[in-house]
Ligand binder design. Structure first.
Ligand code: PPS
Length: 207
C-alpha cells in the first residue's frame, strides 16, 4: 500500500500494480506513521518521545512503539560505536523497524541523534512507501544541551575524556525540510507534545 506522493519501490514498478496499491491505501487516520525525532544529546528527544508515547496511546487505538536512542543501542545495536558508519547503520536499523511498524499500521516513535542527512533521507523514503513519515528536528541549541548535560557527555568531551561527541567534535547535519522544528529551551515537554499532536490532527493522521 502506497502513499500518494511516496517514491515507488522496485517491486511496484509497473503502472497498474502501482495504481492498485495507491487506491488501496487507507485514509491517513487509519494509516501507520513514524515520528522521527532527531537532534543533539540533551535536546529533549527522549523526554518528548515518552510524553508522545503516553498521549498517543491514550488518544487513539493504533499500537504505539517507542524506539529510543539509548534503548536501541542497548538491545539492537549493542556492538556499534559512534563513528559515521556505525551511526548510519544504527539509524538504518531503527528505520527498518519503524517501517515494519508503519507497514502494519502502527505508530513508531524514534528518538536517535541521527546526525547525518543521507540515512535520514533513506529512512524517509522507505517509510513513506507504507504510511506517514514525520521528521521532527529538535533544534534546542548546543549551549542549552550542554547546560543540561544529564549524562556528563559534554563535560567529558570538553575535558578530552571522550572523542567524537555530536555537536562538539562530531558533525550534526541540520535537517533541511523537517515537518516540525521544536526548541525545548523555553517550552515544557507537555507543550511540545501538544504542538506535535496539533500537527498530526491538522494533517489528518489523528481525528
Ligand atoms: S546515533 O548517532 O543516532 O547513532 O546516536 P544514538 O544511537 O541516538 O545514541 C546517542 C546516545 O549515546 C550517548 N553517546 C553519544 N552521543 C553522541 N556522541 C557520542 N560520541 C556518544 N557517546 C555516547 C548519548 O548519551 C546519546 O544519548 P541521547 O539520548 O541522545 O542523549
Amino acid at each position: 500500500l502506497l502513499q500518494q506522493d511516496a517514491p515507488v519501490p522496485e517491486w511496484a514498478s509497473t503502472p497498474d500494480v502501482l495504481e492498485e496499491l495507491r487506491r488501496a491505501m487507507p485514509p491517513r487516520s487509519r494509516q501507520g506513521f513514524t515520528l522521527f525525532l532527531t537532534g543533539l544529546s540533551g535536546a529533549g528527544k527522549s523526554t518528548l518521545a515518552k510524553v508522545l508515547y503516553v498521549k498517543l496511546s491514550e488518544l487513539q487505538d493504533r499500537p504505539v512503539t517507542l524506539l529510543d536512542g539509548d534503548v536501541v543501542r542497548r538491545n539492537l545495536s549493542s556492538e556499534l560505536g559512534f563513528h559515521k558508519e556505525h551511526r548510519d547503520l544504527n539509524v538504518r536499523r531503527i528505520g527498518f523497524v519503524a517501517s515494519e511498524i508503519t507497514k502494519n499500521r502502527g505508530i513508531a516513535i524514534c528518538a536517535p541523534i541521527a546526525p547525518y542527512a543521507q540515512p535520514r533521507a533513506d529512512v524517509r523514503s522507505l517509510i513513506s512507501c507504507y504510511g506517514g513519515f514525520v521528521e521532527i528536528f529538535m533544534a534546542t541549541p548546543l549551549e542549552v544541551c550542554e547546560q543540561r548535560d544529564r549524562k556528563s557527555l559534554y563535560a567529558k568531551a570538553r575535558a578530552g575524556i571522550i572523542k567524537g561527541v555530536t555537536g562538539v567534535d562530531d558533525p550534526y547535519e541540520i535537517p533541511e525540510h523537517p515537518e516540525l522544528i521544536i526548541d525545548t529551551t523555553e517550552i515544557t515537554p507537555v507543550e511540545a507534545a501538544a504542538c506535535v499532536i496539533d500537527w498530526l490532527v491538522n494533517e489528518g493522521y489523528l481525528q
